[in-house]
Design a binder for this molecule. Sequence first.
Ligand SMILES: [Cu+2]
Length: 163
Amino acid sequence: MTRTRKAAAAAVTALSLALALTACGGEDGSGKSGDKKAKAGAPQLSVSGAYLPQPAMSDMAAGFLTVRNTGGAADELTSVTTPLSDDVTLHATEGTAMRHVATMKVPAGGRLTLASGGSHLMLGKLSHKPKVGEKVRFTLHFATSGPVEVDVPVKPATYRPKA
Ligand SMILES: [Cu+2]
């Protein structure tokens, strides 16, 4: 009994070691093949279409934008910081309900779209009430890529971007 268990444990250890070595070998291989290949396997992000509808009150605002990823690997939006609010959360909309999520995926060769009626940034406890024409600095933080800064224009509450 004990001997069988030991043998089984040894087999599992050997298997996981082999898997670990394979994974390491793969990463070493791409690293040695040069910068070009390393970049092809990395996310390449750009942010567009950002806006913030002028809020009715100074306690809460929403933010919308699109993150495009032309790289070969996915990334994740992990947080947003801004002088306008110390309390920015990522919200997904499912049907009519909003749900706070920890991160949002930016697929390789795809995009993360935060749009009115869908997923959005929620800003609480605003430092002031932003007015149309003003720009608000957002810093987007990602799991893999470096932070991206965006100057987000404040738009009228009724503003809708062209499709
Ligand atoms: Cu929300």
